[in-house]
Design a protein around this ligand. Structure first.
Ligand SMILES: CC(C)(COP(=O)(O)OP(=O)(O)OC[C@H]1O[C@@H](n2cnc3c(N)ncnc32)[C@H](O)[C@@H]1OP(=O)(O)O)[C@@H](O)C(=O)NCCC(=O)NCCS
Length: 150
């Protein structure tokens, strides 16, 4: 497997839709982002879109691994490597929003991300369809942050 920085427009839309169900939203941010990917034999196994939002901070807007390859360490390897690349570019803090429960939250916490804010009712007010996981409706969004200098 190879980890590469690439132009975000090269990333396959079906892969990005794994992390963000709204294609219109993805099209709205994709061209402002830095793109990172895990590839094997020309196939994109994972993708990460990062929006540099201030001089020394950035937001992860999309992180996805193809369903048949999830749970095999690819997401962790891609995110760790992406964080190294961001640090080398002078970015000191990385932020992202995610649900208040479930495997994605555990995934980010294991890499050191910490909760900095709770956005109550975010998923009720920003998504047209109710979002269920493990039989529970997502309501609140957690804002997570990782200080790369630590
Ligand atoms: C979240 C995601 C990027 C993690 O990548 P991954 O390669 O599956 O994760 P890894 O194998 O490196 O790490 C496994 C850990 O990730 C978490 N995880 C999150 N979603 C998972 C999934 N669908 N399958 C397996 N593990 C998942 C679990 O905590 C797991 O730990 P465990 O093995 O102790 O249960 C990937 O599962 C994915 O694309 N999910 C769908 C899109 C998504 O939810 N993106 C995040 C948006 S906030």
């Amino acid at each position: 497997m190879e980890l590469v920085e690439i132009s975000p427009s090269q990333l396959p839309m079906p892969l990005l839709l794994e992390a963000d169900p709204c294609e219109e939203k993805i099209r709205g941010y994709i061209n402002s982002c830095l793109g990172f990917a895990a590839t094997q034999d020309g196939v994109y196994l994972g993708a990460c879109l990062v929006l540099p939002d201030r001089n020394d901070a950035a937001e992860i807007l999309n992180l996805a691994v193809i369903p048949s390859k999830q749970g095999q360490g690819i997401g962790t390897a891609l995110l760790r490597w992406t964080l190294e690349q961001l640090s080398a570019k002078g970015i000191h803090r990385v932020e992202l929003g995610t649900g208040s429960f479930g495997p994605q939250l555990t995934f980010y916490q294991r890499l050191g991300f910490r909760v900095t804010q709770v956005q109550r009712d975010y998923f009720l007010t920003h998504y047209a369809e109710p979002l269920f996981e493990q039989g529970i409706q997502h309501r609140d969004r957690l804002w997570l942050s990782l200080d790369l200098a630590e």
